[in-house]
Design a protein around this ligand. Structure first.
Ligand code: FAD
Length: 256
């Protein structure tokens, strides 16, 4: 039916509004649910903001918001910050030129029911986008450390991800991150592999949206060249991911 074909075609693009939803939700509903933010959390938050500032291809008012917040967090890094103070700050610094994103209807991450997809889907898409942006930046002679995206993600998930068993599983996968990441390309491929391991584990789980079955990504339909018999052509996968999460594949909000 039309609804399922719309959902299917939207899930082939990256929507800036989905990525903005993740930023808002992560700050308000994940960082914001702690009573206080101690040094470990403030460091993880600062790291998360730093990689967003460096690699998130966002609109200027959002980037300014992230920079202001990063400065505020840096000034308090060895304090214990009451989360209410943090939440008041993010609500009050906003102006025409400094904006925390607003929450909009999920696009690529829209589920066939409200209980499916949404935020966790957006988290994956944001971090895949950041690994791709960091690698592009490295290839252009910018950053010398594209790996930092995954270290920041690991620390964010450990400190803030409210799905605690997800965080535990992710920590297990990321236990050897330091040694797993040798070449600059490894960041993009590491996250792709980790995500496929999660997809494999969750196939058939109650959390699976029937309109979006957990499959090994990209499927043979999406990328025939990525598959060689029973294994992957990692060069083709790399190219596919760079295109899929590259800015040319970004789409504009199509909801209400
Ligand atoms: P998602 O798996 O969220 O994928 C979102 C989109 O990413 C897909 O639509 C597709 O376009 C793209 N994609 C899919 N696979 C790949 C890939 N390999 N590489 C690149 N892009 C890809 N849920 C649990 O129940 N248990 C867990 O342990 C768990 N751990 C998680 C750990 C992390 C770090 C995160 C962010 C989420 C975790 N989740 C876990 C949630 C789960 O992985 C899904 O996000 C959720 O079930 C929604 O699934 P989805 O169908 O929207 O697709």
């Amino acid at each position: 039916n039309t609804n399922s074909s719309v959902l299917a075609s939207k899930s082939q693009r990256v929507y800036m509004s989905d990525l903005e939803n993740v930023i808002r939700y992560s700050l308000k509903q994940e960082v914001g649910v702690h009573d206080v933010l101690e040094e470990a959390q403030l460091k993880a938050l600062k790291y998360y903001l730093e990689i967003l500032i460096k690699y998130f291809p966002g609109r200027p008012p959002i980037k300014r918001f992230l920079k202001e917040l990063e400065k505020w967090v840096t000034q308090r890094i060895s304090e214990v910050v009451d989360t209410e103070v943090f939440l008041n700050y993010i609500d009050n610094i906003q102006s025409d030129t400094i904006q925390l994103p607003v929450m909009r209807e999920w696009q690529a991450c829209q589920g066939s029911k409200p209980t499916f997809r949404g935020y966790p889907c957006g988290v994956w898409m944001l971090f895949h986008t950041l690994t791709v942006q960091a690698l592009e930046d490295f290839n252009k002679g910018g950053t010398d450390n594209p790996r930092e995206v995954l270290f920041a993600m690991r620390d964010y998930v450990r400190n803030f991800f409210t799905c605690h068993y997800c965080a535990r599983h992710f920590a297990e996968m990321a236990a050897d991150l330091q040694t797993d990441l040798v070449n600059p390309n490894d960041t993009v491929l590491w996250l792709w592999r980790a995500h496929n391991r999660v997809n494999r584990r969750l196939a058939g789980d109650a959390s699976e949206d029937p309109y979006h079955p957990k499959v090994q990504f990209p499927t043979i339909q999406l990328c025939p060249d990525c598959h060689i018999k029973t294994t992957w052509n990692s060069t083709a996968v790399m190219n596919y991911l760079m295109k899929f999460y590259g800015e040319k594949n970004f789409a504009d909000f199509e909801g209400h």
